[in-house]
Design a protein around this ligand. Structure first.
Ligand code: FE2
Length: 252
């Protein structure tokens, strides 16, 4: 099964299967971790070393600063996870324990290869393709990953597209540019705006609902994901991030 999952997420960008979620939560978490360990090497979400992340909407005010999409219930634009980090995780998995009963929370996915294909269709698009691969963009680090008391914003820089893999989230780039417009040239900003518009309007985006018990694996480098807004505060998912098993070997 894990070979099939790995092959599919490497070729198609995602894989969905069904899990029996009627057992108790601790046992379910153990099983979830075991499956993920066969697909990749599970990695922690934070400085405390937590491997399994409970995704529930936070109720406090989130209008100030940048929070992760897993913490709020608003529309989440198509993005890749951890785009601001030195090495974004290769894969992640989401297990739906309780979908949003309000009818919201629809999932969106978009393959990076389809973005490249659409950009390649026009001269302007090909220009944008060149810029996002050969210049560095700023990514602001979300508040949740900063140490307590640390107030200075932190940034990482890198190309949006490299070797067919993407790091992309509109607001972490936009907020970095709002903080320091000199992080990018006008040409880079124009290319970014063009890309954002394409990602938001392309016909290649697929939409579907994750049901209770659905387990989805996502290739975080070759597939963008997003989610519609929801109002049900009982929505509950579990997430595990993974790197490829051979990632260390590749770096050595
Ligand atoms: Fe995400």
């Amino acid at each position: 099964m894990s070979i099939l999952i790995k092959n599919t997420i490497n070729q198609e960008g995602y894989f969905i299967t069904k899990v029996d979620i009627s057992k108790d939560l601790a046992q379910l978490k153990d099983e979830f971790l075991q499956i993920c360990g066969e697909v990749g090497t599970p990695i922690s979400h934070d400085a405390k070393g937590s491997i399994i992340w409970d995704i529930k909407a936070r109720s406090d005010d989130m209008t100030d600063g940048v929070v992760t999409f897993s913490e709020h219930n608003l529309e989440a634009d198509l993005h890749t996870d951890s785009q601001y980090s030195e090495y974004p995780e290769d894969y992640f998995a989401l297990l739906t324990l309780k979908k949003a009963a309000c009818g919201g929370g629809i999932s969106y996915i978009l393959k990076v290869e389809d973005i490249i294909k659409e950009l390649g269709e026009t001269e302007k698009g090909r220009e944008v393709l060149e810029i996002i691969q050969t210049t560095e963009y700023p990514f602001i680090v979300p508040n949740v990953f900063k140490m307590k008391g640390e107030t200075e914003p932190e940034f990482n820089f890198g190309p949006i597209l490299k070797n067919g893999e993407m790091r992309f989230r509109v607001d972490t780039i936009q907020k970095a540019l709002d903080y320091n417009p000199d992080f990018c040239t006008e040409q880079q900003k124009e290319a970014f705006d063009y890309l954002v518009n394409l990602v938001r309007t392309t016909k290649y985006t697929k939409k579907f609902f994750l049901e209770d018990g659905d387990l989805i694996f996502i290739n975080n480098k070759t597939l963008l994901h997003g989610r519609g807004s929801f109002t049900d505060s009982n929505r509950h998912l579990l997430r595990i991030r993974m790197n490829k098993h051979d990632k260390q070997l590749k770096l050595a």
